[in-house]
Design a protein around this ligand. Structure first.
Ligand SMILES: *[C@@H]1O[C@H](CO)[C@@H](O)[C@H](O)[C@H]1NC(C)=O
Ligand SMILES: *[C@@H]1O[C@H](CO)[C@@H](O)[C@H](O)[C@H]1NC(C)=O
Ligand SMILES: *[C@@H]1O[C@H](CO)[C@@H](O)[C@H](O)[C@H]1NC(C)=O
Ligand SMILES: *[C@@H]1O[C@H](CO)[C@@H](O)[C@H](O)[C@H]1NC(C)=O
Ligand SMILES: *[C@@H]1O[C@H](CO)[C@@H](O)[C@H](O)[C@H]1NC(C)=O
Ligand SMILES: *[C@@H]1O[C@H](CO)[C@@H](O)[C@H](O)[C@H]1NC(C)=O
Ligand SMILES: *[C@@H]1O[C@H](CO)[C@@H](O)[C@H](O)[C@H]1NC(C)=O
Ligand SMILES: *[C@@H]1O[C@H](CO)[C@@H](O)[C@H](O)[C@H]1NC(C)=O
Length: 606
């Protein structure tokens, strides 16, 4: 039994100022043994591409914060950074839809032939889908001539799309070029193109090698859905331009799910099996044999193409089957399902976790869901105190979900894979910047959620998200991408307090830690939890200031122990290490502190 000095002499606190806090630890009363692993996620956006001025620092920061189960997520606002086949396979017709200032590229390289017939061509405001195009109100009547001259009877052609080439049939209107051609000899056409995605996967795998990662191409090509009544707006030509409207349609075209399963199967095979055979049996070779051990099935399904939990479950089963067929005959990949963004929908969990609602043999390895706290003001640091009670409410929801999981599918594990804060008006380009203390408040809130969720036995807790930013004037101008959810500083690619709190927690707390009874005065601003870290043979105390106020915190016999302090003075640097000169430590607003001491044989004797 552990009997540590600084434990037993607690009752006599010497300086009892009313706003002082005394931490009382009973090392003999073990509350639970931690099963929780901490991690985080890299969500794809332009700032993490190789064209970014902070690219190298971002991947260095990723490399320097080693964790298992880091999630890699190409996400829908950047269709060209996340979708491997943006257009539906189109048989013998080749279709292209190109905005002004970009190039039309047509090619008959697959059949080794030449461009033959122009079935449709219009620069202006054409409409419709491949095979069913129609002229719009505006059309340059030279379009067909231009294509005839530059493309027909050639193996390929590249034409800049602009009014110099096609004339201007309607000044002040946004125009596009749509072309539909055939080849001679004929060729079937697909639109697989991973050239923007490959470098992201390469950089991610390089930075996280030797660790298990979780890959989640969360965005589905929207052509998998029935778009009849939605009239989808064309997505941007630029990889950097944000498109919040990409998600369209809710009803799958192929209601058996096979089409979506095949898409994901091929995508996984590209990265794990050196390539795949496409929809027409043609081989696409890649240089990749990555080891993908976990695959998440889609994202915030309740907000993206939502068509009920039954359809999601069908998609999940189809994706698992597709991926196993193309890329994982050995069935080694573990799957993560649900990824719910909304709250309180226990019926979804009850449906998904009931194996009789799945096809035979479909694994239910993991489920995941998200939690974002908020505050009533973007700029008033006192309102950041709201993060903590909101976390408490979320914990109650997790308890309900856990009851369902344990009753229906106890071997399914849980990944709460996006824990973060979203401040008001976060994606408003004109939103005022938030004060620096926000980073500390958000760091404290993450540490707090660790303390609150670990007792429930949650397997994985992931901080959201590595890179975000406000409106930036670099890279041709970037629209805001949830700056308050960022872990790194977007100007430098280096860590904020949200990064350093993860580093601090990852260094000090592990699976197997024993949490012991720890108490402070009720209504104190400080949350405290002590752990026995048996692996490191250390006693650890985690202190979190949940308020926008400072407090002196007293722990008996803490004098001489080492403290790591992450607060407003550490700013964007790691936690400051210092030896405590007394039993009292000053914790400033939203500070996070770890105090530790070796377990000596003397102390472990009863
Ligand atoms: C093309 O359009 C222009 C302007 O609308 C018109 O003057 C011209 O006659 C048209 N040419 C043909 C070949 O239709
Ligand atoms: C386009 O065709 C030319 C021959 O006209 C060939 O040299 C070139 O490699 C082709 N380019 C592509 C991208 O297929
Ligand atoms: C195109 O694909 C269809 C199957 O979808 C196949 O029957 C046909 O032979 C293919 N044609 C060519 C030229 O590859
Ligand atoms: C792939 O990753 C898993 C999980 O980390 C590991 O057990 C396995 O050995 C790895 N396989 C290869 C070929 O590296
Ligand atoms: C697509 O939706 C339209 C309108 O709801 C419907 O008429 C059509 O049958 C649907 N197509 C498929 C393939 O389900
Ligand atoms: C896949 O990534 C999305 C995007 O962040 C996320 O919301 C979702 O939870 C992930 N999927 C799963 C099953 O966790
Ligand atoms: C599981 O689902 C089946 C079929 O939908 C249903 O009959 C059964 O009652 C469900 N089981 C539980 C425990 O909810
Ligand atoms: C903490 O203690 C120091 C030294 O006793 C004192 O000067 C300071 O005012 C105290 N701060 C708070 C917030 O209680």
């Amino acid at each position: 039994m552990l009997v540590f000095g600084f434990i037993l002499l607690l009752s006599s606190c010497i300086q009892c100022y009313t706003d002082d806090v005394t931490v009382i630890i009973n090392w003999n009363n073990i509350l639970y043994t931690s099963k929780s692993t901490l991690t985080y996620q890299l969500v794809i956006n332009p700032l993490v591409t190789r064209a970014s001025p902070v690219h190298d620092n971002i991947y260095q920061s990723l490399h320097d914060l080693p964790a298992d189960y880091i999630r890699f997520i190409p996400w829908f606002p950047y269709p060209r950074l996340g979708i491997a086949e943006l257009e539906q396979p189109s048989g013998l017709s080749q279709c292209k839809n190109v905005g002004e200032k970009y190039n039309l590229i047509l090619s008959c390289a697959v059949s080794g032939g030449v461009i033959d017939k122009i079935e449709f061509a219009s620069f202006g405001t054409p409409m419709g889908t491949c095979g069913n195009y129609a002229y719009g109100k505006c059309n340059s009547n030279t379009t067909i001539d231009v294509l005839q001259k530059s493309c027909v009877n050639r193996p390929n052609c590249t034409i800049p799309v602009n009014t110099d080439v096609f004339g201007d049939p309607c000044p002040d209107t946004v125009k596009r070029l749509i072309a539909q051609v055939t080849c001679n000899p004929p060729q079937n056409n697909t639109y697989w193109d991973l050239t923007s995605i490959d470098p992201l996967m390469e950089d991610f795998f390089e930075a996280t090698k030797d660790h298990v990662s979780v890959i989640n191409f969360s965005t589905q090509p929207r052509w998998l859905y029935n778009l009849t009544n939605v009239n989808p707006v064309q997505y941007p030509d630029s990889v950097n331009e944000v498109d919040w409207d990409y998600l369209q349609g809710s009803e799958l075209l192929d209601k058996t799910g096979q089409q979506i399963g095949d898409y994901y199967g091929r995508l996984v095979a590209w990265y794990t099996k050196g390539g795949f055979l496409d929809e027409y049996g043609r081989e696409h070779k890649s240089p990749y044999n990555y080891n993908i051990s976990m695959w998440e099935v889609l994202n915030e399904i309740d907000g993206e193409h939502w068509n009920g939990i039954e359809q999601y479950t069908l998609i999940y089963d189809s994706m698992v089957e597709g991926i196993q067929k193309y890329a994982d005959q050995e069935k080694k990949i573990k799957f993560v399902g649900l990824a719910l963004g909304g709250h309180g929908r226990y019926d979804y969990y009850r449906y998904f976790l009931n194996s009789s609602n799945h096809r035979p043999g479909i694994p239910l390895d993991w489920i995941s869901y998200h939690f974002y706290a908020g505050s009533s003001s973007r700029t008033d640091p006192a309102t950041y105190e709201q993060f903590f009670p909101q976390t408490d409410n979320f914990v109650e929801e997790v308890k309900e979900i856990e009851k369902i999981r344990l009753s229906l599918s106890p071997s399914t594990r849980t990944y709460i894979d996006e824990i973060g804060i979203i401040l008001p008006n976060d994606n408003d380009p004109d939103a005022p910047p938030f004060p620096k203390i926000y980073w500390n408040a958000a760091a404290a809130a993450f540490a707090y959620s660790y303390c609150k969720l670990a007792p429930l036995g949650i397997d994985l807790l992931g901080s959201s998200q590595f890179v975000g930013y406000p409106k930036l004037d670099i890279m041709g101008g970037l629209s805001p991408q949830y700056p308050s959810v960022a872990i790194l500083d977007w100007n430098t690619g280096l860590g904020t307090a949200r990064y350093w709190v993860l580093a601090l927690l990852l260094n000090h707390f592990q699976v197997g830690d024993q949490a012991v009874e720890t108490s402070v005065e009720p209504s104190s601003p400080i949350y405290a939890q002590a752990f026995i870290n048996t692996k490191q043979k250390m006693l650890k105390l985690l202190l979190i200031n949940t308020k926008y106020t400072s407090a002196n915190v007293t722990i008996n016999k803490a004098k001489g122990c080492t403290a790591w302090i992450l607060d407003k003075s550490s700013n964007s640097a790691p936690a400051k290490q210092m030896k405590l000169l007394s039993d009292t430590i000053l914790m400033t607003e939203y500070a996070v502190v770890v105090i530790d001491q070796m377990i000596t044989t003397d102390q472990t004797k009863n």
